[in-house]
Design a protein around this ligand. Structure first.
Ligand code: HEM
Length: 207
């Protein structure tokens, strides 16, 4: 049996899947509300009226869950000089020429960019979403801000959906990653290969 190392606690995994499920429901209902070409997607939540009612509440659930998830991994997502060096040698990374590469910690620079893209886009989605949440909050804002919020909401939604498509693709593409979020562990070989500095840390008993 191969050796395994812990990567995520049950709380982190539960939170991640609450975020993932609510995000998918939000993306589908959001697209249905965005353009008539996608209106058929509203069937998932029980039609146009239910999509319109549930979408903002799901947004709050996702934003709150994401807030706690992001706080927990905030410091591990700071971009370092080693990350920049690693990015410059991305060609070598893709060709598996790992000799002399700076050692990567818990997350690589691609994951870190994804993290910050999500932090910014989800914050924008929450703030702009509140401003366009009829009939509760919209009357509190001047109309030009409501219009700006509607535009911002669509742009931030587009960016977040794109980021998540890349995130899911990478999670499947990097063999052995999915189990980190399903079982909470990865193989020692995976950790040594993809995140050697993090592996050294966990081996010493740190997280
Ligand atoms: C079906 C959809 C999803 C799948 C299959 C998936 C899969 C994964 C996996 C396997 C990891 C662990 C990667 C690692 O530790 O190296 C992960 C981490 C993470 N996921 Fe997801 N995820 C999904 C949806 C989402 C959504 C919707 C969000 C946020 C809106 C999200 C945010 C994150 C973040 C911030 C991390 C930690 C940093 C990273 O690995 O990039 N995920 N996900």
């Amino acid at each position: 049996m191969s050796e395994h190392v812990k990567r995520y606690t049950p709380q982190e995994r539960t939170n991640h899947w609450i975020i993932a499920i609510s995000f998918i429901l939000l993306a589908i209902s959001g697209l249905a509300l965005f353009h008539p070409a996608f209106f058929f997607l509203s069937s998932l939540l029980g039609g146009g009226t239910w999509s319109r009612i549930l979408h903002p509440f799901l947004g709050v659930v996702m934003a709150v869950a994401f807030f706690f998830f992001a706080i927990g991994m905030w410091s591990q997502n700071r971009i370092t000089a080693a990350d920049r060096e690693w990015r410059k040698r991305l060609g070598d990374v893709l060709c598996n020429k790992t000799q002399g590469l700076p050692e990567i910690g818990k997350y690589n620079i691609g994951q870190k960019y994804m993290f910050w893209t999500l932090v910014i886009s989800i914050a924008l989605l929450l703030v702009s979403g509140i401003a366009i949440w009829q009939p509760w909050f919209t009357p509190l804002f001047p109309i030009f801000l409501v219009r700006l919020a509607a535009l911002l909401h669509a742009v931030a939604g587009f960016v977040a959906i794109l980021a998540i498509i890349i995130h899911i693709y990478s999670a499947i593409w990097v063999k052995g990653s999915i189990r980190a979020m399903t079982r909470g562990t990865v193989t020692a070989a995976w950790a040594r290969h993809h995140h050697p500095a993090w592996y050294k840390d966990v081996s010493k008993g740190n997280r």
